[in-house]
Design a protein around this ligand. Structure first.
Ligand SMILES: NC(=O)c1ccc[n+]([C@@H]2O[C@H](COP(=O)([O-])OP(=O)(O)OC[C@H]3O[C@@H](n4cnc5c(N)ncnc54)[C@H](O)[C@@H]3O)[C@@H](O)[C@H]2O)c1
Length: 398
């Protein structure tokens, strides 16, 4: 009887929280629900089902099937690689922006300037993933022709994980780089005000024997999505990620999310946080300054989201064959040198991209992705609201 009452109350709470999008209501719901949903821990969502759900959800709010497939694959890959903050966790934001007519899901990117190895693209306020894929394909084409290709984009939206586009170049035997500006969340060293985004960047190159270096990182200590997930999971955050309302470092995820003042990569000035701050500015120059998108404090607030984001991205592709031959062989040796280094703990020295590979292996063994029960509840509620078949969970394989 108690369970029935509790579930009914929770459903009402969830309805209210979904309608109001109030963080506090969501946290209350998430916490109440986490205590009665332990069975979700043994369930997974197959990758195809993740794609099906996102694709149908995006189509439901007016996205063309082809574009919905691009978004669905990109978000699934984020979760598959272990970056749950930037996978299905972002679906609700995309849907809301489309419903509020802040993002145009039918827009097509347009080339504004095209001069040899360089191009400028206007995303026309379309979906970030669609614009990102278009620009990276253009940069790849140019790199094949000129040895290097560089495309800057404006008029874009949140494009998900940066590593996705880098992998597109790596799959063609090329070196990939890309970055994006984002809403102000980072507090520059010595300031108390967020003025730059989490401005992620990614760089990658494959070896000749199946190994690779794939760096994909925010230029803040962490992406805001990681704090959001900690809130959903009712966990504390490590020291050095964010400031609280008193301007001091906080470990309270809820407060960190509310205040949204992220420290640059490195943390405080004493811990060389100014290097992360410098990298964040570098990304802003490549994205906002070159493309004439919004930049710095001009970018919309992350949470209010009531105007077009007009984000800027930058994509660079290099053909290693345009330089001295044997780069891939030399990279094989370099990565092996790192992997063979002595370790001070029982864990081996890794190369950027390894943690993601380990995560994908685990997902493959388990037969699908494990989502936190609170995230699943939110997704089921979205499916009910927009009229999409709910996610189908299956039992873990191992
Ligand atoms: N679109 C956006 O607005 C936006 C904003 C911020 C972040 N993001 C994305 O969020 C994701 C998470 O970013 P993050 O900074 O929290 O990533 P992270 O800190 O989890 O990982 C950063 C990088 O470090 C590497 N790494 C991790 N442990 C390592 C080890 N022991 N040795 C060597 N390398 C190691 C990883 O492979 C990865 O390349 C990224 O995919 C990023 O693109 C997107």
């Amino acid at each position: 009887m108690l369970t029935v009452i509790r579930k009914a109350t929770l459903s009402r709470f969830l309805e209210l929280s979904t309608n109001s999008s109030s963080l506090r209501a969501r946290i209350v719901v998430a916490r109440m629900m986490s205590s009665c949903n332990q069975d979700y821990d043994q369930k997974v969502v197959p990758k195809d089902e993740v794609i099906r759900f996102i694709k149908e959800s995006m189509c439901k709010v007016g996205t063309m099937t082809e574009d919905a497939c691009i978004v669905a694959h990109q978000l699934m890959v984020a979760d598959y690689r272990g970056h749950f903050s930037h996978g299905m966790n972002r679906l609700e934001m995309y849907i809301t922006d489309i419903e509020k007519r802040i993002t145009d899901p039918t827009a097509r990117p347009q080339i504004i300037n095209d001069f040899q190895a360089v191009a400028l693209v206007d995303g026309k306020n379309g979906l970030g993933q669609v614009i990102g894929k278009y620009c990276m394909e253009l940069a790849i084409e140019k790199a094949k022709k000129f040895g290097i290709g560089m495309v800057a984009a404006r008029g874009s939206n949140h494009y998900g994980i940066s590593g996705y586009y880098t992998m597109m170049a790596m799959e063609q035997g090329l070196i990939g780089f890309n970055c994006t500006n984002t809403s102000p969340l980072m507090v520059p060293t010595r300031s108390t005000k967020s003025a730059l985004g989490t401005n992620p960047l990614s760089f990658g190159m494959s070896t000749c024997d199946g190994d690779e270096f794939l760096l994909d990182m925010a230029t803040t200590a962490v992406a805001l999505g990681k704090i959001e997930l900690a809130v959903q999971r009712n966990e504390n955050i490590p020291e050095g990620w964010a400031l609280g309302s008193d301007g001091k470092v906080t470990c309270n995820a809820e407060e960190a999310y509310r205040v949204s003042s992220l420290l640059p990569l490195g943390g405080s000035e004493r811990n060389s946080g100014y290097k992360g701050y410098g990298l964040g500015l570098m990304v802003e120059i490549l994205c906002g300054i070159l493309s004439a998108s919004h930049f710095g404090l001009n970018i919309r607030n992350w949470k209010s989201g009531d105007t077009a984001a007009n984000l800027g991205h930058c994509f660079i592709v290099i053909n290693p064959n345009a330089f001295d031959c044997g780069s891939k062989e030399r990279l094989t040796i370099l990565l092996k040198q790192m992997r063979d280094l002595p370790s001070f703990c029982n864990e081996p020295v890794l190369i950027a991209g390894d943690p993601e590979k380990q995560h994908m292996k685990k997902i493959d063994m388990e037969g699908g992705l494990t989502y936190h029960s609170n995230q699943l509840k939110i997704l089921q509620e979205i499916s009910k609201r927009i009229g999409v078949r709910p996610l189908k969970l299956i039992s873990k394989s191992v």
